[in-house]
Design a protein around this ligand. Sequence first.
Ligand code: NAD
Length: 298
Amino acid sequence: MVAKIIDGKEFAARVRGEVAAQVSALAGHGQPGLAVVLVGEDPASQVYVRSKGKMTVEVGMKSVEHKLPAETSEAELLTVIADLNADESIHGILVQLPLPGHMNEDLVINAIDPAKDVDGFHISNVGLLGTGQKSMVPCTPLGCLMMLRDHHGSLSGMDAVVIGRSNIVGKPMAQLLLGDSCTVTIAHSRTKDLADVVRRADIVVAAVGRPEMVPGDWIKEGATVIDVGINRIDAPEKGEGKTRLVGDVHFESAVERAGAITPVPGGVGPMTIACLLANTLTAFCRSKGLPEPEGLTV
Ligand code: NAD
């Protein structure tokens, strides 16, 4: 079997198009606003923040960026967050992680108004998701779920394995799959026989951060593989000093066995910002007492 390639770039463009259409249709109620707060000069974070801002404007939303120096104190950052919490033109607040070492990330994230926490990392949203209540859902797992629902329709009764138990991907992903009535296994660095666990799964979500650690022969024939991992490796075949991106799954062998698979790059990655915009629209609608945007929330 050769897998269907799930095109995340195309899917994300569709989601952004849907967000833009709804933003325009709701113009009479005001304009959704997203604020991104970046502390320090981490180059990768700067790139993310720039593309988030660009896409926010492209879908017709207001985009606000707060770039603070690395030596900003925690108290100063908390003041910025309090101001954004109180700002009625802002419906979504995202604090770009990681924060500099002198800051308590949990404390900062939990200072965001949960209704504006478009990353879904606030403890209230984590609790709401865990108890099956309406919440803000972390963007990357939300994107994965959208792709799975689009491919399968119902996920009910499927065996799913999530490799990785981080708070931003693995755990919320497992909650979402459970919410869709999958039988969920969460595997991690201490899992005894990972190959055996993966071989039983109809759905594999890999979120580890280890290049190509899941070989194709672990994949059950016809399974759906969602590869969240983004790993940069040397690519001497492209020339001296060149690199390329790979996922946590060995794509070339897995594509021969899976029923469907997301590539890296061009799979899960583009969905994350699209879901951030979808969450901002959801937060806007909730703040106005409007119906939630269809197909863009859980
Ligand atoms: P993390 O480092 O916080 O968590 C990694 C998890 O992998 C841990 O729970 C750990 O237990 C598990 N793990 C480590 N070694 C393992 C092993 N040998 N076998 C099984 N499990 C193992 O990482 P994260 O933030 O969840 O990110 C995971 C990957 O996803 C990274 O490559 C990251 O770059 C990528 N990512 C992509 C997006 C996106 O937009 N596509 C978003 C977030 C993260």
